[in-house]
Design a protein around this ligand. Structure first.
Ligand SMILES: Cc1ncc(COP(=O)(O)O)c(C=O)c1O
Length: 390
């Protein structure tokens, strides 16, 4: 007996592996990006009410109608074109399903998908599941900017699409208008589809505002926008996301979603419709709280001797550990991340894990920390990190 070859080209998730290691060693888990605080009470209550009520059966495959309506209202503004809830939206089981479904729907076997690296570790396996090839385009530390020459060097006659994540995991970049203009020109010149992962679209710092790439001139027709509720409402376990695209892409995405999952969980979709109606102070408060967490995380890392990138959005920072005052500063990033987890009690992820191309050159010497945690959790992590080098 043997598995399909498409499953043999990727290993199990290193981030989830670090979570297991953190649990074994009672380490504070700053490896996987999920909050240790509760979702807003009103949303939890809405989910309970939905389960107690009538929202317990399959819903329409592309999503519970009030949720699609709420998304259509939000995204008609955010994308600047009239998003029709009955045509352009597909509610899915998390952004992860959204991306895999989109790739299955839009890529043919052998097509190439450009992926920016460092990048979220799920992207490449999603491409491989669609029998497509993931072609990395490096963003280089410490600025992690999109480089037009590198894009150009990566493109081939088989290139069909580019996957962009902004605000970005793991660097915290929010790609700016200059980068987006160059990208738009590139995508148009090569007639490529743009798939955007905007799961962190509500988590930005220093007054930045999220601009959905699918709202930009030249990108409206060719962009598939993928978003989710897990991060914005601290409900990563609810597995809720959505895909928004124009026709004919939308119909293909809906069909793949139908045959892979039928629908996302109905009662949670009902609660999500309530969640999207949060007043603007909810978002304001959330940003302020994330701003505090970011500040604390950066201070802790600096005290411990790390040199960390100041994120512009999302809740991660890539930190260079090569100048810490400890022999472990010489170690490779896998060994360093495991040591920090098992011996120091703070779990993180090796930088090399976010690259597939020239991994040693670009990924070594760094680790990623996720700071979507209560301040008290971060303070305890800071106390532990302060022992590094002593
Ligand atoms: C960039 C990015 N996309 C997608 C996901 C996963 O999203 P979901 O939980 O909605 O599947 C993550 C989770 O960390 C992420 O960082």
């Amino acid at each position: 007996m043997y598995p399909a070859t498409r499953t043999t080209n990727f290993n199990q998730s290193m981030i989830r592996e670090m979570t297991r290691l953190a649990m074994q060693h009672d380490a504070i888990n700053l490896s996987q990006g999920f909050p240790d605080f509760d979702p807003p009470e009103q949303i939890v209550n809405a989910a309970v009410e939905a389960v107690r009520g009538t929202a317990n059966q399959y819903t329409v495959t592309w999503g519970y109608p009030p949720l699609r309506q709420a998304l259509a209202e939000q995204y008609s503004v955010q994308l600047g074109w009239p998003v029709d809830p009955d045509v352009h939206i597909c509610v899915v089981c998390g952004v992860t399903e959204g991306i895999t479904t989109t790739l299955l729907a839009l890529l043919n076997p052998g097509d190439e998908l450009l992926i920016l690296e460092p990048g979220h570790e799920n992207f490449r396996p999603s491409a491989l599941l669609a029998d497509a090839e993931a072609v990395p385009v490096v963003l280089e530390a410490p600025d992690y900017r999109i480089d037009a020459d590198r894009l150009e060097a990566a493109v081939s006659p088989r290139t069909r699409a580019l996957l962009l994540n902004t605000p970005h995991n793991p660097t915290g970049r929010v790609f700016d208008s200059r980068e987006m203009m160059a990208l738009t020109e590139f995508l148009n010149r090569h007639d490529l589809i743009l798939i955007t992962d905007e799961i962190y679209d509500r988590i930005l710092y220093d007054g930045r505002e999220h601009v959905s790439p699918g709202s930009l001139d030249g990108l409206i027709e060719r962009t598939v926008t993928v978003g989710g509720l897990g991060k914005s409402f601290a409900v990563t376990g609810w597995r809720l996301g959505y895909v928004i695209a124009r026709e004919p892409l939308s119909s293909a995405i809906r069909a793949v979603h139908d045959y892979s999952t039928i629908c996302a969980p109905t009662p949670l979709q009902a609660a999500a419709a309530v969640a999207l109606g949060q007043p603007s102070d909810y978002w304001q408060q959330m940003r302020e709280e994330y701003g505090e967490r970011r500040q604390l995380m950066l201070e802790m890392l600096e005290t411990a001797g790390f040199c960390a990138v100041r994120p512009e959005g999302s809740y991660y920072t890539m930190a260079d550990y090569t100048a810490i005052d400890a022999p472990q500063a010489e170690w490779d990033s896998h060994r360093f991340a495991r040591w920090l987890t098992t011996d120091v009690g703070v779990a993180c992820v090796a930088g090399i894990n976010f690259y597939t191309k020239d991994r040693e050159r670009y990924g070594e010497g760094t680790v990623r920390f996720a700071f979507a945690k209560r301040l008290e959790t971060l303070h305890e992590a800071g106390r532990r990190l302060a022992t590094v080098g002593s």
